[in-house]
Write a protein that binds this ligand. Sequence first.
Ligand SMILES: CC(=O)N[C@H]1[C@@H](OP(=O)(O)OP(=O)(O)OC[C@H]2O[C@@H](n3ccc(=O)[nH]c3=O)[C@H](O)[C@@H]2O)O[C@H](CO)[C@@H](O)[C@@H]1O
Ligand SMILES: C=C(OP(=O)(O)O)C(=O)O
Length: 445
Amino acid sequence: MSKFIVRGGKRLTGSVRVNGAKNSVLPIIAASLLGEEGESVIYDAPPLDDVMTINKVLGVLGAQTTYLNETIRVNAQNIESCEAPYEYVRKMRASFLVMGPLLARMGHTRISLPGGCAIGTRPIDQHLKGFEAMGAEISLGQGYIEAKINGRLRGAKVYLDVASVGATENIMMAATLAEGVTTIENAAKEPEIVDLANYLNAMGAKVRGAGTGIIRIEGVEKLVGAEHTVIPDRVEAGTYMIAAAITGGNVYVEGAIADHLGPVISKMQEMGVTIEPDENGIRVIADRPLRSVDVKTLPYPGFPTDMQSQMMALLMVSEGTSVVTETVFENRFMHVDEFKNMRAQIKVDGRTAVVSGGTKLVGSKVTATDLRAGAALICAGLVAEGTTEVSGIHHIDRGYVNLAEKLSKLGADVYRISYDEAKLNPLEAEKKEEVKLFQVQPTWA
Ligand SMILES: CC(=O)N[C@H]1[C@@H](OP(=O)(O)OP(=O)(O)OC[C@H]2O[C@@H](n3ccc(=O)[nH]c3=O)[C@H](O)[C@@H]2O)O[C@H](CO)[C@@H](O)[C@@H]1O
Ligand SMILES: C=C(OP(=O)(O)O)C(=O)O
C-alpha cells in the first residue's frame, strides 16, 4: 500500500503530456479478441493497472499479448477459454467488455458478475438486453452470467433505456460478426465509442454512425487484427486543467483535444479561467479570482461524470456558491466527506451537492474512494495549507500514469511513498532515496 503526499501552495507552470485514454484502450483491447487472423497493434496504450488487468484477462482466454513502449500487440487467433474469472472482473468492471466479442466469435461466454462499487450499483441489464435481442440465451448462475447462441448472432434493433457507454460498446462489438444489420438507438456518443468504432472498422467491420445516437452495424463474416492509435485521455487532460487552475497556474496540456472537452472548457471559462486551445493541446491560465458555477453531469456531450469530483475541488476554492448535480451515477459524492476533512463546506442532498466556495483548504489525511475522487483530492491538496496524505491510491493507479511525477515536473510538491515510508513522518520519508524511485515507476512497469 502506498500514499501520495502533497504539500500545497505551489503554482503549476510548464507543459504536461496526456497519455492514451484508459476508457478507449480497454474496449479496444477487448475488441482485439475478434481478430481471427493476424495481429493487432495498439499504439499509445497507457501503462495503467487497468490495462495490465485486461491484458491478463486476454491471457486467460488464450490470446497472446505483449506490452512495450506504450504499444500492445495482441494475437487472438487461438481462443482457448470463454470464461473471464472473478479475480479480474472484480478489479475492473471493463473486463465485462469481453462478453460481446467472445459471444460473437465463439458463440459462448461465461463472465463473473461485476460487483457494485463506490460510485453506485452499476447494472448490466442493457448489455444483456442487446445480446438477447440478437438471439443469445442468457442465464444467471451463482456469481456469473452465461451467454450462448446456436449458430451466429442475428442483427437486431436495440433501444437502450440509458445511453450506457459499456452497453453501446459491448453490443457494437457483438454486432460486428452478427448476421444482418444491428441498430443501436439511444447509443452513447462518447469519443471513446468513436475510437472503438474506428478500430473495429480497421479490423474489417462495418460500423456507421458512432458518435451519434444511432449506430448501424452491418455484420461481416470475419475480422482480422489491425493497427490503431488510441485517442488522448480527455479525463486525464481535464484533471491537469483543473490542477493548473486551482493553483493559479499557467500550464499547457499537450495532447488534449478541445473538441472532447467542450463542457469542461466552457465551465472553466465561465469561472474566469483563460483557456487557449490549439491543434496540439490546450493552455490553461488562471490569473484572477475564480467565480462559482453550477455543474450538472450528463452523458456526452454533457459535462462528464468522470470530471465531477475534480471540478468540485475547483469550486471549493472559488468565490460564491455552486450547485453540483450528478445525474449519471447514483452515488458519486463519496469524495465529499474527504473534502470536508480538508475543511470544505459542502452539503449533499441526494444527487445534489451545494458547495460554499472561497474556502481556505487545510491539508489532512484523506482516502481516495474511487479513481477520480483520488485525483480530486490531490488537486485539492495542491492548494491546501500544509500537507495532505492521500491513501487508497490503488484507485488512482487505475487511471493516471505517473501522476506524482507529472505534477512534480509542473512544480508541484507531491510524491509517492510506499507503505513503510508512509508510516514514518512524511518529511523524513521524502529524504529517502528509494522514495524518489517511487515517483517515477508505474506500479507494474
Ligand atoms: C471503462 C469505461 O469506459 N468507464 C466509463 C464508462 O463506464 P460504464 O460503461 O460502466 O458506464 P455506463 O455509461 O454504462 O453507465 C451510465 C449509467 O447507466 C447505468 N447503466 C449502465 C449499463 C446498464 O446495463 N444499465 C444501466 O442502468 C449505470 O448504472 C450508470 O448509472 O462510462 C461512464 C459514464 O460516462 C464513465 O464514468 C466510466 O469512466
Ligand atoms: C469510473 C471510471 O472508470 P471505470 O468505469 O473503469 O470504473 C472512471 O474512469 O472514472
